[in-house]
Design a binder for this molecule. Sequence first.
Ligand SMILES: [Zn+2]
Length: 181
Amino acid sequence: MKWFTHKAVAVAGALAVGAHVGALVAVLVGSVLPDMIDTAVAHGNKRVWRRIHRQTSHWFGWYVLLILLGLMLPLQEITADFLRMVNVSFPGISRRALSEALSNDLLVWLGIGGLVHVLLDALTPMRVPLFPFGGSRRFGISLVSTGSWQEYAFLILAVGAIAMQFRQARSVFETVLHALF
Ligand SMILES: [Zn+2]
């Protein structure tokens, strides 16, 4: 899948569930993170790229782990303690607000973005690894080749489906509001 597809699907999904701005940025970074890791590791070397691309970085477990860590760790307190320790402050922003902004759910959204990336790559002929380190077992379905017209059709369908969800969610919300007031 192209980076654009990864980003569009992840951000559209996050928007549909009403994610805040910080979460949108986190999901955007997460949605290209697996490929960014491969690019960084290969460092322009085509041979290395061919060997490592869509291997360890594309194991779904890492991103599930990020989500779980984000849900379990008291990151807001850890961040607040860290900011106090290094005595960092920014004019106009309280440490409390800053640690809240950098809190748990950013890690969760980063993980969701990464997971969306891996699941989308699982829809291409190359698929994704079943195990984190080596092994030839891969899983997925060969639905769309990267850059093919099928990818664009998939992109339109996926984003369209998410947009429909958004509208439906909003109309449900409006119905509830009307019922209440
Ligand atoms: Zn990828």
